[in-house]
Ligand binder design. Structure first.
Ligand code: ADE
Length: 239
C-alpha cells in the first residue's frame, strides 16, 4: 500500500511514522508513506495557502489551487487511489471503515486546518471526508496519524503473532478483557485467581465474560454488532 499525506506541517506527522509498528511495516516494504508540504504546490513568492473568506467572517480559508495541484501531481505518480479529507464534518472513523481503507492500494490524505478549506476541495477533490471523533482539532494532522496507524497495522505481515491476537478480539466488536502481569499482588491488589490457576478453559471463559461485561457497561452501543451475544451470555453461569 502507498499513503501520501499532504499538510502545511510535515514535521508534525513525519515523526509519527518512524516508530513502532508503522516503522516496522515500512521497513518490511508493506507500506510506503510520503509526506508532502502543501506549500510546494503554491505558485506565488510567499507560498500562500490561505485567503480571506468570501462573505466575510473570522479566520482564513485554505485556497483550493494548491490542493488540486498537489493531488493532480501525486496522481501522475501511480494509480489515483482514494483521496480523503480529514475534517470533523466527515464520516466517523471506526474499525469497519479502517478495514475498508486498509484494502486500498493507495490513500491520499489531505490535512486541512480546522478553520476551513475551500468547499471545492471537499466537493470536487476528496472522495471521502473522514472525522476521527466529535471534537475539534486544530487541523487534520493528528487525525491522519490516527488513521494511518489503524490502517497500517491491518496490512498483512505488519503485526507479530502475539499482536494479531489482540487485533482479532477488537475486530470482533468487543472491548478488551483486563490484562495483568507480575507481581501477583501489588499494593494489596491481587491478580484474579483464575489467571493463576493454569486452567485454560476457565481463563478463556473468564476473559470472554469480562469482555462482555465491560462492553455492556461502557459501550452498550457495540453489543448489537456481536453476532453471538446470545450464545456467549452464558457467562452468568461462570460467576
Ligand atoms: N480536523 C479537525 N478536527 C478533526 C477531527 N475530529 N477529525 C478529523 N479531522 C479533524
Amino acid at each position: 500500500m502507498r499513503i501520501d499525506l499532504v499538510t502545511i506541517f510535515p514535521p508534525l506527522v513525519a515523526g509519527a511514522f518512524e516508530h513502532s509498528i508503522v516503522k516496522r511495516a515500512r521497513d518490511r516494504g508493506l507500506v510506503e508513506i510520503f509526506v508532502h508540504d502543501l506549500r510546494d504546490y503554491t505558485s506565488d513568492r510567499h507560498r500562500t495557502v490561505d485567503d480571506y473568506p468570501y462573505g466575510g467572517g473570522a479566520g482564513m480559508v485554505m485556497k483550493p489551487e494548491p490542493w488540486f495541484r498537489a493531488v493532480e501531481a501525486l496522481r501522475e505518480q501511480g494509480n489515483p487511489g482514494r483521496c480523503l479529507l480529514l475534517t470533523p464534518q466527515g464520516r466517523k472513523l471506526d474499525q469497519s471503515l479502517v478495514q475498508r481503507l486498509a484494502l486500498e492500494d493507495r490513500l491520499i490524505l489531505l490535512c486541512g486546518r480546522y478553520e476551513g478549506v475551500d468547499e471545492r476541495v471537499r466537493a470536487h477533490l476528496a472522495d471521502v471526508e473522514v472525522s476521527i471523533g466529535d471534537y475539534v482539532l486544530s487541523g487534520g494532522e493528528p487525525a491522519a496519524v490516527v488513521l494511518v496507524d489503524a490502517v497500517v497495522r491491518l496490512q498483512p505481515g505488519a503485526l507479530g503473532s502475539s499482536e494479531s491476537t489482540v487485533e482479532e478480539s477488537f475486530s470482533e466488536g468487543l472491548l478488551e478483557y483486563p490484562q495483568y502481569t507480575r507481581p501477583p499482588e501489588f499494593r494489596g491488589w491481587r491478580v484474579p485467581d483464575v489467571l493463576l490457576s493454569g486452567d485454560h478453559a476457565a481463563i478463556e471463559r473468564w476473559r470472554r465474560q469480562q469482555q462482555l461485561q465491560r462492553t455492556r457497561e461502557r459501550r452498550p452501543d457495540l453489543l448489537p454488532m456481536v453476532d453471538d451475544v446470545s450464545e456467549t451470555t452464558s457467562e452468568s453461569q461462570d460467576r
